[in-house]
Design a protein around this ligand. Structure first.
Ligand code: KG4
Ligand code: ZN
Length: 339
């Protein structure tokens, strides 16, 4: 069984082919980061236009690289939400058109379900259920208990900004371009995290929720209050910012595992590419007797391999392949769990 995955929910156009029992046959990601960087964030209209320009040739390229023709493809899995409406529509409309012409069923896939199951693309495969997943991206910060495909319980979430959003907004304090996460991480390598004391929001509250907007403000005030905000001060503050975000994410994730009595923790989403977070999580979960699974770096940020893989899981379950769905920019992960 071969599934062609298409991802176009934000600023990455991505295509991949996943074969059951084989893994990924071919994949490609075309990033629009350079286009949007000069605007300091993603411009939805420009994103849609670029997806439209790039997607057809990307699909052709991946089919060739995967040594496939359309008749080798059993299903098309496409991200149908959440995300930017125009961007989603490009992927969904394209998937539907080629599906219709080639008589291939099209499966709507939830972007975050793709991230949730991305660790299944590793050699070790998916861990046993249940596991806790820390989903940290530009738009989401969620702790989810996963008991199976489509069986999700939100254990914790942010009450304001997402962790990635905090990185992206804090980056402006350092005059760093979008996306801020990898840029702050790079700068932090040169810094001493102990020079600036930043808060750990909600850490003392006995729950698994997050708050990042106050941290972003604290970074701003720390910079303003610094007499000489030179290169070293910037690096020190970047290191303190990165550690503060990672510290809260790690502690709350371990708290979620403890509360739910779950022994496996998985991380996913763009922020999961952060090396400091990965290192801290590995060390601290080891101490707490929790197994932690970190996906390959390329499967943390947006990609189509995770969409094709989630599509294969949905296809195997024998989902109703009806045409009764549409792109849904506000699709909630909880909506996938039968009430
Ligand atoms: O999952 P993703 O690629 O797209 C969304 O669905 O949002 O996540 C993008 C987010 C951005 O906020 C970006 O700054 C952050 O992930 N990010 C990182 C790193 N790489 C990407 N944050 C911290 N460290 C990184 N290395
Ligand atoms: Zn994402």
């Amino acid at each position: 069984m071969r599934i062609l995955g298409i991802e176009s929910s934000c600023d990455e156009t991505a295509v991949a082919i996943y074969e059951l029992g084989q893994g990924i046959l071919a994949e490609s990601v075309a990033s629009q980061i350079e286009t949007h960087a000069k605007f300091g964030g993603v411009v939805p209209e420009i994103a849609s236009r670029e997806h439209l320009q790039v997607l057809p040739s990307l699909v052709d390229q991946v089919l060739v690289e995967g040594d496939c023709v359309w008749s080798d493809i059993d299903a098309i899995a496409v991200t149908s939400g959440p995300g930017l409406m125009g961007a989603l529509l490009v992927g969904v409309t394209y998937a539907r058109s080629v599906g219709l012409v080639n008589n291939i069923p099209v499966l709507p896939i939830h972007h975050m379900e793709g991230h949730l199951f991305a660790p299944g693309l590793s050699d070790a495969g998916l861990p046993e259920f249940p596991f806790i997943s820390l989903l940290v991206s530009g738009g989401h910060t969620l702790l989810i208990r996963v008991d199976g495909l489509g069986q999700y319980k939100v254990v914790g979430q942010t009450i304001d900004d997402a962790a990635g959003e905090c990185f992206d907004k804090a980056a402006r304090v350092f005059s760093l371009p979008y996306p801020g996460g990898p840029e702050i991480a790079k700068l932090a390598l040169l810094g001493d995290e102990s020079r600036f004391k930043l808060p750990r929001p909600l850490l003392n509250k006995d729950n698994c929720n997050f708050s990042f907007s106050g941290l972003k403000t604290a970074v701003m005030y720390a910079a303003k209050g610094c007499d000489n905000f030179d290169d070293q001060a910037k690096a020190d503050l970047a290191a303190a910012t990165e550690i503060a975000i990672a510290d809260v994410l790690v502690k709350k994730s371990l708290r979620a595992c403890k509360k739910e009595g779950v022994k496996t923790l998985v991380i996913a989403g763009g922020v999961a590419a952060n090396q400091t977070l990965r290192n801290m999580l590995t060390t601290e979960s080891g101490r707490a007797g929790i197994d932690v699974l970190v996906p390959d770096l390329k499967y943390c940020t947006d990609n189509a391999a995770m969409i094709a893989y989630a599509g294969s899981l949905r296809f195997k379950e024998g989902v109703d392949i009806s045409d009764d769905w549409d792109a849904n920019p506000r699709w909630k992960l909880e909506d996938l769990t039968p009430k």
